[in-house]
Design a protein around this ligand. Structure first.
Ligand code: HEM
Ligand code: HEM
Length: 136
């Protein structure tokens, strides 16, 4: 397995634990649910689920097509964009909800979300340039 694929999988399960812990936090402290729900959802769905699919997809989809991944550079760059994006969202999203340092948190959230979106687009591009039909 490629080193960066291992890192996609490692980060995925770390986000899973963080997402589940935030779920637990909301259960024991229902008053805080509004602050943590969005980042709980995105740690689980964008962190755990999407990151797992990025890693497994990069490992297995080129093999199904009998080729190498279209761009190793994009695969590496996307790892950093998706993680910086999600961690940025995790820091700034609750801050915007409680209106703490709004002048910094608001723009940071937009920038982080844009990084996450860019990472998703890069994944789509890299995979679409890789997969092709194979004669069975
Ligand atoms: C230990 C595991 C988990 C716990 C304790 C937990 C707990 C919670 C809690 C307390 C809420 C807030 C409910 C409310 O609005 O009052 C919530 C919302 C949510 N959770 Fe989890 N959760 C867990 C795992 C997951 C996982 C693995 C996923 C997805 C893969 C997930 C997806 C969601 C979604 C999408 C919402 C938002 C639902 C809505 O729109 O109201 N959760 N969770
Ligand atoms: C670029 C990446 C993403 C960004 C910037 C983003 C942003 C957002 C925003 C702004 C909301 C509304 C939150 C609110 O009004 O409280 C939201 C809700 C939601 N998003 Fe995302 N999202 C992203 C990716 C995803 C992905 C990949 C999934 C699922 C696989 C997902 C699942 C959800 C769900 C289930 C909700 C509703 C949560 C709730 O009701 O509390 N998002 N997202």
């Amino acid at each position: 397995m490629d080193k960066i694929v291992v890192w996609y999988l490692r980060m995925s399960v770390i986000y899973f634990v963080a997402g589940a812990a935030l779920g637990m936090l909301m259960l024991v402290s229902p008053g805080e649910t509004g602050v943590y729900r969005d980042i709980h959802v995105h740690f689980n769905l964008l962190g755990f689920m999407s990151m797992m699919i990025y890693g497994v997809g990069y490992h297995i989809l080129p093999k199904f097509s009998g080729v190498n991944i279209y761009s190793v550079k994009i695969m590496n760059l996307q790892f950093w964009l998706s993680n910086i994006g999600l961690i940025g969202m995790a820091v700034s999203w609750p801050m915007t909800i409680v209106n703490y340092a709004a002048g910094i948190a608001g723009p940071l959230l937009i920038l982080s979300a844009a990084l996450s979106l860019t990472a998703a687009i890069l994944f789509a591009f890299n995979i679409l340039k890789t997969i092709r039909p194979v004669k069975m």
